[in-house]
Design a protein around this ligand. Structure first.
Ligand SMILES: C[S@@+](CC[C@H](N)C(=O)[O-])C[C@H]1O[C@@H](n2cnc3c(N)ncnc32)[C@H](O)[C@@H]1O
Length: 234
């Protein structure tokens, strides 16, 4: 299942937004209605940073929300994909093409850094985390969101696919962060993927067309639990 060590390269996968928006579209908030993005915004609101760097910003949804809800925070959104940067800039957010493993910023430049669902993609996780530590001012907050090994496991199993085990997950993320940060806190969230057969197939096809073909037909909508963790490191 291509996510960390993709058959389809990361650059190819995010050269256009189609796959990402398809994947995002089937997720609904957990029973309490509080999404990982809501929690990230509240953590950042409490930290009240004057400057925030987002790495791997994708289409810029979260960067736009942070800019709107935290007007005192100067947000710079970055991604390796030119198309993602273009989409983010269209939302009125300052955006720049940047590889997360080679951050072109001075030491201690930002009061907060955000990495949402992207650390499982970077070619050298420790290099990226060391770079984040370097550009983050001492006492600043690093917020990282990622999926657990069982994220959408029911849907993958229905298509005969194994779990997605990545280099930065709910299970192994804290250990990775502790190699670079003194304090790490984790918060678990369980969103639900809700999809009829066609949407479930589209979700699977955004990773691998073969998987979509393997999903046995079903009527109506089904719900598949997700597993998401939000880490805060300081
Ligand atoms: C799963 S998407 C998440 C996008 C966004 N953060 C969100 O929550 O919707 C992963 C994003 O990370 C970007 N990305 C992957 N590897 C990267 C790297 N080494 N440097 C910068 N961006 C990267 C991809 O281009 C893509 O936009």
């Amino acid at each position: 299942m291509p996510i960390g060590n993709e058959r389809q390269s990361v650059r190819e996968q995010y050269g256009r937004e189609t796959g990402l928006t398809t994947r995002m579209s089937i997720w609904q908030p957990p029973a309490d209605g509080i999404t990982p993005q809501d929690i990230a915004v509240e953590i950042l609101r409490a930290a009240d940073p004057k400057s925030l760097l987002e790495i791997g910003c994708g289409t810029g949804l979260l960067a736009e929300r942070i800019s709107r809800e935290l007007p005192g925070t100067d947000v710079l959104a970055t991604d390796q994909s030119e198309r993602m940067v273009e989409l983010t800039a269209e939302r009125g957010v300052a955006a720049q093409v940047v590889d997360a493993d080679d951050l072109p910023f001075d030491d201690d430049r930002f009061e907060a850094v955000l990495a949402a669902w992207m650390l499982y993609h970077v070619p050298d996780l420790d290099r990226t985390l060391a770079g984040v530590r370097r550009v983050l001012r001492p006492g600043g907050s690093f917020v990282a969101i990622t999926n657990g090994d069982h994220h959408a496991g029911g849907l993958l199993a229905a298509a005969g696919a194994p779990l997605l085990i990545t280099q930065f997950s709910s299970e192994n993320g804290e250990a990775a962060l502790r190699r670079h940060f003194d304090r790490v806190e984790a918060c678990e969230v369980t969103p639900l993927a809700v999809a009829d057969h066609q949407r479930a197939q589209e979700y699977l096809a955004s990773f691998d067309a073969e998987l979509a073909a393997n999903l046995p037909p079903y009527e109506g909508e089904r719900s598949y639990p997700g597993a998401v963790t939000l880490f805060t490191a300081r």
